[in-house]
Design a protein. Structure first.
Length: 211
């Protein structure tokens, strides 16, 4: 197995925590689009802006090729530490809770090879997040259906992956820059991540059937 799938994560939690897992925004369908992107991009040392409950943090750290995830948020939460302990990923994950200005200052001086942005969608924070991490060369945006997130992706020559994700690469040559990402997009079933009203697909019925 190349990654700890979202289904495995959900199955490892009791009912109460499964509901928190869902509200964190990570789909538990078999597609596991986020992990497939992380693996395809050969991410090793990842910075995440926007920890939330830590569900995406766990999904990323659960990929075999990932050695470390340093996740930042302005709002402290007990969930990321709890999830890391449940899935024995404490050695891979470091969570930092601090101000937005401090996050950008710290991240600009870090060395990492992949960034995942799932922070505030309000201008100018999306752009500020991107500017602070882009030196790593590869940036994945969550919630690309948000007009503010999409604007930053497009303005910087990035592409969308389905409706949920956006991706920017600063290193690959022009011809093959997004080739491997587009292969992933061709295999995405949008029902795995987005429903008609634009909200994340929250697999409530699946989770209830786990009981």
């Amino acid at each position: 197995m190349k990654y700890l799938s979202c289904i495995e994560i959900a199955e490892g939690l009791n009912k109460k925590y499964r509901e928190k897992f869902l509200s964190g925004g990570t789909s538990v369908t078999p597609a596991d689009v986020l992990q497939k992107i992380i693996i395809s991009c050969k991410a090793s040392n990842v910075v995440e802006i926007g920890t939330g409950f830590g569900t995406a943090t766990i999904a990323i750290a659960g990929c075999r090729n990932v050695n470390s995830v340093m996740s930042f948020d302005i709002k402290a939460s007990v969930w990321p530490k709890y999830l890391a302990e449940i899935f024995k990923l404490e050695d891979k994950i470091e969570t930092v809770f601090t101000s937005s200005k401090a996050i950008h200052r710290i991240v600009k001086n870090l060395k990492f090879d992949f960034a995942y942005i799932d922070g505030s969608h309000i201008p100018p924070y999306v752009l500020q997040d991107f500017e602070s991490v882009k030196h790593c060369g590869q940036v994945l945006f969550d919630d690309a259906y948000s007009k503010n997130v999409l604007a930053v992706i497009k303005a910087n020559g990035g592409i969308t992956i389905g409706k949920r994700f956006g991706y920017w690469n600063g290193y690959w040559n022009a011809r093959n820059k997004y080739g491997r990402i587009k292969k992933i997009e061709n295999k995405i079933d949008e029902s795995d991540t987005i429903i008609k009203n634009g909200h994340l697909h929250q697999d409530i019925s699946y989770l209830k059937n786990l009981l």
